[in-house]
Design a protein around this ligand. Structure first.
Ligand SMILES: [Zn+2]
Length: 302
């Protein structure tokens, strides 16, 4: 069981504090029609990474996929320059971001493309993906094409054993995504539900966790969507119900204006602001270590 990083397989013990759902280099400017949604390998990113390393974070899970401006070579270069474990992703995001071919390609061929990314390399390189992500649904619906991508992703998961994490739009459709995985007899220990800190339905969060799957509180710092204080209270409530072995954390940085160089909160907000909030609420160092280190190791290894 290894973690499949952009620089090859690494032993699970090499993985320290981990951000489970991030974007380092990507480009959503075409769909969003604004240049704020371009992240590049530049000085602004270097500053972020130096601060992360000071905070003990050495592993970044990069969930940009096909259609999101994924850049395998840059991820490899960053991993080498900073001695980081970076795991790259294969898959397609959600309908509004799909490249045209996704609508016309068969489920089997989409699965084959993902399997190739995981076993041969991405985008003409020998740099392999180590995760199927972020596989998404739209707000309050899973479109027919999104359903096809879910089925293709499940096929790729089963053939490779790779982990799979999802995107839920503002936390919606988690229960419906779970139903797809259950109907296809997926090993839920290899599945993680994204953006569930934006799901205000506590019962549904518990239902998803009762399946044995992982869950991400991965929009930490996005106070416009939900205040971190509420996010922390929600997380503590789930911890108090005993789900500490299934929860993982991240910030999902997606804009230049989120970066420290542009007076944003930066990736390290997770460690410098949110973790202290959890400690204030009585969460132990041991449980924080589970969410940042041990759970990501278990989820990612195959
Ligand atoms: Zn997302």
């Amino acid at each position: 069981m290894k973690i499949h990083s952009v620089a090859g397989e690494v032993a699970v013990e090499q993985v320290q504090k981990t951000m489970i759902h991030e974007h380092l280099v990507f480009d959503l400017s075409g769909v969003r029609n604004d240049t704020d949604s371009i992240l590049e390998n530049n000085d602004a990113l270097n500053l972020e990474i130096e601060k992360l390393k000071v905070n003990g974070c050495n592993t970044l899970i990069e969930v940009s996929n096909m259609g999101m401006g994924r850049d395998a070579q840059s991820l490899y270069d960053i991993s080498q320059a900073f001695n980081l474990v970076i795991v790259a992703s294969t898959g397609w995001y959600k309908e509004s971001f799909y490249p045209d071919y996704v609508f016309t390609t068969s489920k089997e061929d989409l699965a084959a493309k993902m399997i190739s990314d995981l076993t041969v390399g991405m985008d003409g390189t020998s740099i392999k993906a180590g995760l199927i992500s972020e596989i998404g649904s739209s707000l309050n619906e899973i479109t027919p094409t999104e359903y096809k991508v879910f089925e293709a992703a499940i096929q790729a998961q089963k053939e490779t054993g790779a982990p799979l994490s999802t995107h839920t739009e503002i936390g919606t459709m988690g229960k419906e995504q779970l139903a797809i995985f259950k109907n296809h007899n997926v090993n839920l220990k290899k599945i993680s539900f994204g953006h569930q800190d934006l799901n205000l339905n506590f019962e549904e969060q518990c239902l998803i966790l009762d399946s044995g799957a992982y869950m991400q509180f991965d929009t930490v710092g996005k106070n416009r969507y939900r205040k971190d204080e509420d996010r922390a209270d929600n997380l503590v409530a789930l911890l108090n119900k005993g789900y500490e072995d299934q929860l993982m954390l991240s910030c999902d940085i997606t804009r230049r204006s989120h970066l420290l160089s542009n007076n944003g909160y930066g990736y390290s907000h997770l460690f410098t602001v949110f973790v202290p909030m959890l400690k204030e609420r009585g969460v132990s160092d041991e449980v924080i270590e589970k969410m940042l280190v041990l759970n990501p190791r278990k989820f990612l290894a195959y």
